[in-house]
Write a protein that binds this ligand. Structure first.
Ligand SMILES: Nc1ncnc2c1ncn2[C@@H]1O[C@H](COP(=O)(O)OP(=O)(O)OP(=O)(O)O)[C@@H](O)[C@H]1O
Ligand SMILES: [Mg+2]
Length: 265
């Protein structure tokens, strides 16, 4: 479903600011895999997401989606089969457009024949039904401007827009981090529900270790541009935060205690 082969990315090469953001990354996801990604600030997690979405191209290496080499395929062409939600609730939706218009835009994104403007009765019913699954009463506010929604409502809408076209890959980059705890929990539960419904192949970055343990069937830990730990489905349910921290210490030979973000639970 997704294969990353020997991916390297260096920013500002051969300058004082040189930064190896990704260092020989190999990763393979089977259809329906849900991988949580943890790692300290600057570990390369978002850069990894950007490689998959096509926002960045690797210096070396290849990206395959559904067996197709998409390394050179620009982001707007990959968006047909990639859904993405960012940390900022403002990033995934257009504030001056209505809920219905936002949904229509997302819906047409994965259609090969360009934008289909206008929403017929059948489509509107589908939108209403999909919104209903969020249990936020948004199905009765189709004509409300998205800018009027709360951060949590907006993030729920972004999540729906990223998933209702059943993308080949779903990318979630700390998509609950900017929300208060109860809203974050709501979005976490919705994520579980929407991913399970269509068995979406998913990569989710989080700084919340408990969330990384609770969600998904696989886990990877990144550090300094490398994947330093991979836990597969047969072992993931045995993981605890203590075990993860001990693993990190064993691999890197340093204590994680100064990394407050990664320790948040
Ligand atoms: N466009 C860029 N230009 C230069 N350096 C960059 C760029 N994007 C990322 N970097 C650097 O690459 C490294 C990896 O960044 P990345 O954003 O992938 O980290 P991250 O794991 O997502 O961190 P965080 O948890 O803080 O979001 C960092 O050192 C960052 O400063
Ligand atoms: Mg990041």
């Amino acid at each position: 479903m997704l294969k990353l082969e020997q991916i390297n990315k260096i920013f500002n090469e051969a300058t004082l600011d040189e930064k190896i953001a990704l260092d020989q990354i190999n990763l393979e996801l089977k259809s329906g895999d849900f991988v949580t990604v943890i790692g300290s600030n600057g570990a390369g997690k978002s850069t990894l997401m950007n490689m998959i979405s096509g926002a960045l191209t690797p210096d070396f290496g290849n990206v395959f989606i559904d067996e197709e080499n998409v390394t050179k395929l620009p982001e707007f062409k990959r968006s047909q089969f990639i859904g993405r939600v960012f940390q900022d609730p403002m990033a995934g939706t257009a504030p001056n457009m209505t809920i219905e218009e936002n949904l229509a835009m997302a819906y047409s994104r994965n259609k090969k024949r360009g934008l289909r403007i206008g929403v017929d009765k059948k489509r509107r019913e589908f939108f209403r039904e999909s919104l209903g699954s969020l249990h936020l009463n948004l199905e009765n506010r189709l004509n409300a401007k998205v800018g009027l929604l709360s951060g949590g409502e907006r993030q729920a809408l972004s999540l729906l827009m990223a998933t209702f076209t059943k993308p080949s890959i779903l990318l979630l980059d700390e998509h609950t981090a900017a929300l208060d705890p109860s809203r974050a929990e709501l979005i976490t539960n919705l994520t579980k529900q929407l991913v399970e419904k269509d068995q979406l192949t998913t990569l989710m970055v989080t700084h919340n270790m408990q969330q990384a343990l609770d969600l998904g069937n696989r886990l990877i830990m990144m550090d300094k541009g490398q994947i330093i730990l991979e836990v597969d489905s047969d072992k993931k349910h045995e993981l605890t935060i203590d075990k993860l921290m001990a693993e990190f210490q064993r691999i890197r030979g340093e204590k994680m205690t100064d990394d407050k973000a990664l320790l948040s639970i």
